[in-house]
Write a protein that binds this ligand. Structure first.
Ligand SMILES: Nc1ncnc2c1ncn2[C@@H]1O[C@H](COP(=O)(O)OP(=O)(O)OP(=O)(O)O)[C@@H](O)[C@H]1O
Ligand SMILES: [Mg+2]
Length: 474
């Protein structure tokens, strides 16, 4: 069963308090008992000492009066009241005892008797039928020539001690119950107070949805744990808001991009339907329509590619790909079109480099980069390709002497649908998706794609991908 934090906090608090109170109570009663015992032992020891002086004559004889009680009364007065006294002979037989013992006899165990024989004094708690337990001192009387001649036993009832301890126990149990009840109530209240900000955060977070992602949680004390939690949640909402915006923007751009060719297509069709021109005109209209369809097809294909890559990222094929081979293939593919547009395309260096990944996607990456370079380089320009190995990475550079990209545009060229010159690129057929696909491919292979450019002079794209060996080591 799951309990709330508040319940658990209160439970632990109360449990801890109860355990410490009980611990304290046990320690306290034990100490008190020890103190009582200490005092009692002192008392019976001094009575026992006096008894030894009373019964032992200077001649070494044991003197036992007829009326033991009278003697006790006379010698010790009030002090013996409550003490039980008993004198035994050397064999353990009872010689005399105080009348308050009535018919009973203070027992002596084998061990105690042997200890006395050896001259040792014993203290013990003894129980006698129908009476309270007693604390008893057993002290031998030893003469140098004769050895042990008698044993003096003095006892005191534990009744008083037990009574005090019992009353203390009842008071203490009552106090613990009261303390636990009070502590539960206070703990419950304090836990609620401490957890109030969490409840507030929960309520606030519940209110934030897709429509009001711009809202943030209020943070009362930013430095404490709750404050940090709230700012972490705020950061998360911010990231969500950003990706939500990106998705919205992407959808809007995609619809817009597809709408343009559709509008043109519709226009062409309407003109053709009106049938004013001859068959030549109709041919033109169909040709133009086909171009728009191609364009839409191209955009949709690229969009699908991007969507697929977003999903595929984890499940990318991991084959060994010779990047130099891919580069040569792409170079061969573009040789003719480059020649046609008067651009000199060349491979400067092509080092053998094996990377781990998807050969089709890597081919697409190089294709898009070379395609751009050729596309955005005017007649007479150069496009140079190179593949090097630099600190565990395969580095492909596509360098052109084309139109270049201004510093204001450079940060955005990898964004989806971003094109520098909207009007011009439409003629060249770009949708602004090529570079975002390239970036996605490079990153899904654990690499990077960067651009450096000087407007009017040319651009260099650098893709760095980890070598297959480096991936295996990592
Ligand atoms: N080598 C380059 N020289 C100059 N500008 C470039 C170069 N490569 C890209 N750009 C600029 O960056 C923009 C984005 O490039 P990207 O490849 O993403 O789109 P595109 O080429 O216009 O269209 P697509 O590649 O989808 O057919 C281009 O429109 C172009 O303005
Ligand atoms: Mg492109």
């Amino acid at each position: 069963m799951a309990f709330s934090i508040r319940t658990r906090l209160t439970f632990w608090y109360v449990t801890l308090l109860t355990v410490s109170l009980i611990g304290f109570g046990v320690a306290f009663s034990y100490s008190l008992f020890k103190i009582f015992m200490y005092r009692m032992d002192n008392q019976i020891t001094s009575v026992a000492n006096m008894m030894v002086h009373t019964v032992l004559k200077p001649t070494g004889q044991i003197f036992l009066p007829n009326d033991f009680d009278i003697i006790l009364e006379r010698f010790f007065g009030i002090r013996t009241s409550g003490n039980f006294i008993q004198v035994r002979d050397a064999h353990g037989g009872v010689l005399a005892k105080s009348s308050n013992l009535e018919g009973a006899t203070m027992p002596i165990s084998q061990d105690t008797y042997h200890a006395a024989l050896n001259g040792f004094i014993s203290y013990e708690v003894v129980s006698m039928a129908g009476r309270y337990p007693m604390r008893v001192i057993t002290k031998p009387i030893i003469l140098p020539q004769k050895g042990m001649v008698a044993i003096v036993q003095v006892g005191e009832s534990l009744e008083g001690v037990q009574e005090v301890l019992r009353s203390l126990f009842y008071i203490y149990v009552l106090a613990i119950i009261l303390a636990v009840i009070t502590a539960s109530a206070v703990g419950w209240f304090l836990a609620r107070k401490a957890l109030k900000p969490v409840t507030e955060i929960t309520d606030m977070a519940r209110r934030i949805g897709a429509e009001n992602l711009n809202e943030r949680l209020n943070i009362a004390v930013p430095q404490d744990e709750i404050g940090r939690l709230a700012s972490t949640i705020n950061e998360m909402i911010e990231r969500l808001e950003k990706s939500f915006k990106q998705i919205k923007q992407f959808t809007a751009d995609a619809s817009h991009e597809l709408k343009t060719p559709l509008t043109i297509l519709k226009g062409e069709m309407e003109i053709a339907l009106r049938g004013k021109g001859g068959p030549e005109h109709l041919r033109e209209a169909l040709k133009s329509s086909l171009e728009e369809i191609d364009r839409m097809n191209y955009i949709v294909r690229n969009l699908l590619d991007l969507a697929k890559m977003d999903v595929e990222r984890e499940a990318l094929p991991k084959e060994r790909v010779s990047l130099d081979r891919v580069l040569t293939e792409r170079f061969e593919h573009f040789r003719r079109p480059a020649l046609d547009s008067g651009v000199h395309l060349a491979i400067l260096r092509n080092k053998h480099a094996v990377v781990c990944g998807d050969s089709v996607r890597l081919g697409q990456l190089l294709f898009n980069l070379i395609d751009n370079a050729v596309k955005y380089t005017p007649h007479g320009g150069r496009v140079e390709l190179s593949l090097d190995e630099e600190s565990g990475k395969a580095v492909v550079r596509v360098k052109d002497t084309g139109v270049g990209i201004s510093p204001e545009d450079l940060p955005y060229i990898f964004d989806r649908f971003y094109r520098v010159d909207k009007a011009r690129t439409r003629d060249v057929g770009g949708a602004g998706l090529g570079l975002s696909i390239c970036k996605e491919i490079a990153e899904s292979h654990g690499g990077t794609l960067e651009a450096a450019s000087v407007a009017g002079k040319g651009t260099t794209f650098t893709a760095a991908l980890p070598l297959a060996g480096a991936v295996a080591e990592a």
